[in-house]
Design a protein around this ligand. Structure first.
Ligand SMILES: *Cc1c(COP(=O)(O)O)cnc(C)c1O
Length: 428
C-alpha cells in the first residue's frame, strides 16, 4: 500500500494486508502479551533497537501497529504511536519535546479537558502552558520565549466549531524553530490534513469520529517526520545520547522516524499509556467508513445549522459552514470539504429554556461525548462548565443559553423534527 492511493482506498487498505500466518483478510485481534524470539541473537537485536519487531504488547502489538500505519497514511505522516486515550496522546506528544521549566503556547479554544490538562496537570511535570488567541499571530509570537517547545491548537475547535488557519500558525512555529502540534479530532484527516499545512505532529482522540460509534477510548500521535530535531539543542530527548539505550541518538539513528521510535521505545515503555488490541481493531473497522460518515456528518450539520439559524426561537448559531459566520471565509479556504459537525446555538429564554430543550429532545442523546454516529447534545453551563462563573462561561462560548450539538448521520429531517418539537416545549 503506498501513499499514492486515494484517501478512501487508504482508509480500507493501509496497514492491513492479509494476515501472513493464516490468510485472515480482516485484521485479527492479536490478543497476546508477548512474542516468541527466534533465538537469543534475535532477542538481543530487538532489545538494542537494531531490528524492528514485536517484544511485548506494552510497546508494540500487530493489531495496534496496523492501526498506526493506517492513520499515518491518512494523515500523510512518517509514523504514528497509538495511546490509550486522546489525553494520553497529548502527554505523549509533549513527552519527547519537554523538560522541567519548558512551556507550550496553546490556543484558548480547546476541548475543556485539554484546558484542564494544560492549566493544572502538566505543571506536576514542571511544564506549563500559555493560552493565546490562535488567530492573533502577533500574540502568538509575543507568547513564545526561549523555553517554548511547541505551539498547540485544534484544527476545528470546541465547543463552537472554530476553524483554525493552520498554515498561518505553522508559519509562526517555523520562524521560532519549534514544532506545531495540531489536535485534528474534530476535523479528522478527511476534512483536514494538518501536516500538508505545516504541522509537525498531529494528535487525535480516536474515541470520536475516527472510531465513530462511541465504543472505544483511544488516541494517537502522528509525526510528519519533517522536523529537524538536531537543528538546535532544544530537543535533547531526540537529538542527544539516550542513556537508557547505551547513548543512542534517536534523530541521528532513525531520521524521519525519530519521534515515533522515541514514543514507543521510551514513551510507551516507561509511561505505559498503551492502546489495547481490541480497541485498535474496532477503530480500524470505524476508519473503513470514515469518508462516507464524515460526508454525511457535514451535510447534516449544514442542514441543521441552516434550519436553526432561520428559526425565530433561536438567537444565533456558531457553525462556520454558515455563510453569515465570521469564520466562513476561513472555513471555505482551509476546510473546503466542510467545517465539521459540531457547533453551538443560543436559545431564546436563557438557562431555563436550554435545560428544557435538552430534556425534551428524543433522538439527540444527552451525553458528554461528540463524534458519534448518533446525534448528541449537551448544555455546557449546567454540566462541563458548571464550576465556572457566568463571565467565564461566556468567554468559553458556553453561556447559560448555549446548547452544543454533535450532529450524527441519521436522516436530517428526523433531526430537524426532533429539534422543532423540543424548541416548542422549551419556549412555550
Ligand atoms: C475528546 C477529546 C479529547 C480527549 O480525548 P479522550 O479520548 O477522551 O481522552 C481531546 N481533544 C478533543 C478535541 C476531544 O474532542
Amino acid at each position: 500500500m503506498t501513499q499514492d492511493h486515494g484517501f478512501d482506498t487508504l482508509a480500507i487498505h493501509a496497514g492491513a494486508a492479509a494476515d501472513p500466518a493464516t490468510g485472515a483478510r480482516q485484521v485479527p485481534i492479536y490478543q497476546t502479551t508477548a512474542y516468541a524470539f527466534r533465538d537469543a541473537e534475535h532477542a538481543a537485536r530487538l532489545f538494542n533497537l537494531q531490528e524492528v519487531g514485536f517484544i511485548y504488547s506494552r510497546l508494540t502489538n500487530p493489531t495496534v501497529a496496523a492501526l498506526q500505519s493506517r492513520i499515518a497514511a491518512l494523515e500523510g505522516g512518517a509514523g504514528a504511536v497509538c495511546c490509550s486515550s486522546g489525553h494520553a496522546a497529548q502527554i505523549m506528544a509533549l513527552f519527547s519535546l519537554m523538560e522541567p521549566g519548558r512551556n507550550i503556547v496553546a490556543s484558548t479554544r480547546l476541548y475543556g479537558g485539554t484546558i484542564t490538562q494544560f492549566s493544572h496537570t502538566i505543571r506536576r511535570f514542571g511544564w506549563s502552558a500559555r493560552f493565546v488567541d490562535i488567530d492573533d499571530a502577533d500574540a502568538l509570537r509575543a507568547a513564545i520565549d526561549g523555553d517554548t517547545r511547541a505551539i498547540f491548537c485544534e484544527s476545528i475547535g470546541n465547543p463552537g466549531g472554530h476553524v483554525t488557519d493552520i498554515s498561518a500558525v505553522a508559519a509562526v512555529a517555523d520562524a521560532a524553530g519549534i514544532p506545531l502540534i495540531v489536535d485534528n479530532t474534530l476535523a479528522t484527516p478527511y476534512l483536514c490534513r494538518p501536516i500538508e499545512m505545516g504541522a509537525t505532529l498531529v494528535v487525535h482522540s480516536l474515541t470520536k469520529y475516527m472510531t465513530g460509534n462511541g465504543t472505544v477510548t483511544g488516541g494517537v500521535v502522528v509525526d510528519s517526520g519533517r522536523f529537524d530535531w538536531s537543528a538546535s539543542d532544544k530537543f535533547p530527548s531526540l537529538s542527544a545520547p539516550e542513556p537508557a539505550y547505551h547513548g543512542l541518538k534517536f534523530h541521528e539513528t532513525f531520521g524521519a522516524l525519530a519521534f515515533t521510535f522515541h514514543g514507543i521505545a521510551i514513551g510507551l515503555r516507561d509511561l505505559g499509556m498503551t492502546m489495547n488490541p481490541q480497541g485498535a481493531h474496532y477503530t480500524l473497522m470505524g476508519i473503513e467508513t470514515l469518508a462516507l460518515r464524515m460526508e454525511r456528518h457535514v451535510a447534516n450539520a449544514q442542514m441543521v445549522a441552516e434550519w436553526l439559524q432561520a428559526d425565530p426561537r433561536v438567537d444565533g448559531v456558531t457553525y462556520a459552514g454558515l455563510k453569515t459566520s465570521p469564520s466562513n471565509a476561513t472555513a471555505q479556504r482551509c476546510y473546503p470539504k466542510g467545517a465539521g459537525a459540531l457547533f453551538t446555538f443560543a436559545i431564546k429564554g436563557g438557562y431555563a429554556a436550554a435545560v428544557k430543550l435538552v430534556d425534551a429532545l428524543q433522538l439527540f442523546s444527552h451525553v458528554a461525548n461528540l463524534g458519534d454516529a448518533r446525534s448528541l447534545v449537551i448544555h455546557s453551563a449546567s454540566t462541563t462548565h458548571r464550576q465556572l462563573t457566568e463571565d467565564q462561561q461566556r468567554a468559553a462560548g458556553a453561556g447559560p443559553e448555549v446548547v452544543r450539538l454533535s450532529i450524527g448521520i441519521e436522516d436530517p429531517d428526523d433531526l430537524i423534527a426532533d429539534l422543532d418539537q423540543a424548541l416548542a416545549k422549551a419556549t412555550a
